[in-house]
Design a protein around this ligand. Sequence first.
Ligand code: 5GP
Ligand code: ZN
Length: 115
Amino acid sequence: MRKQDCVFCRIVRGEAPAQIIYQDEQVTAFRDLNPQSPTHVLIVPNRHISGVAEVDQEDAAVLGQLFVVARRVAEQEHVADGFRLVVNNGRPAGQSVFHLHVHLLGGRAMGWPPG
Ligand code: 5GP
Ligand code: ZN
């Protein structure tokens, strides 16, 4: 996957449509196209990282910012009392877009273990 073909890179650059609800120099948060809960937001690094299996020490700051923004989005969406963060890594785990993203799911009760 070349970066110029990556849909999340295109969303970050404003070249593909998305409901962006937060953006700063490091990360972007936008609503999932196919929501699995009343609140379903994807939080992504602006720089292309294909998945957790590819993260480096130098990515630590941006990875931390994903969580800072997760907290902010959870509060903004009024789900801070109960929400789930999911990062699928690799096809067997359900990853389908190979630009690292944190799913923020909230607004309903959730079961455990996940499927
Ligand atoms: P994964 O399966 O890789 O963990 O999650 C990919 C997520 O991206 C899915 O929940 C899917 O609905 C969402 N998605 C895929 N393409 C697009 C898109 O073009 N726009 C938005 N907003 N979400 C997308
Ligand atoms: Zn990308």
